[in-house]
Design a protein around this ligand. Sequence first.
Ligand code: HEC
Length: 163
Amino acid sequence: MKQYLIFTITFLISSLFILNVFSQNLSLGLPEDIDGYNKWIRLNKKIIRPRAGDPHRGFKRVYVNKTKKELVTGKKLNFPYKDGTIIVKEVREASKQNSKIVLISIMRKLPGNESTGGWDFIEYTRSSQDDSFIPLQFPQEACYSCHQGASNSDSVWTKFNNF
Ligand code: HEC
């Protein structure tokens, strides 16, 4: 009886462990420091819709791990962004909040990225809803070459307008 109980407990604990590892995989291969990003402040009040020449095609919401107080003084936006800032652009297939996410682009403000405006750039994509995200092999300099066009707003195109 006692052995049976020990077996059951061990079985339950290992199942939980396996389930946990599995759900982490399903949590999609995205980095931990952006966990819960969709609860962060959104920079764009309206969803950015696909348009001609769209650099990251889809319906976009852009989030930042800062408070409104850190982002704005009155109606004036505070630049530059501080070290530790993370900006996540979520790109969905359709405008609905629960439609498929096709791309996650991330900019992290970190010391030592002098050649890319102080930002670390990376993007993740996946081939189907059930697959994990995988990082795209795209040189950061190529991201920055376009983002430096937004030099008035610290290389970030989307300006906070979610007052
Ligand atoms: C050809 C220009 C271009 C290139 C190349 C580009 N971006 Fe962007 N990116 C934009 C524009 C424009 C926006 C504003 C939102 C939109 O319309 O997509 C943007 C938005 C973003 C945002 C949200 C913050 C912001 O600036 O608005 C992130 C994060 C981002 N891009 C990451 C990347 C990464 C990572 C790469 C390289 C893998 C990259 N971008 C390459 C033009 C570009």
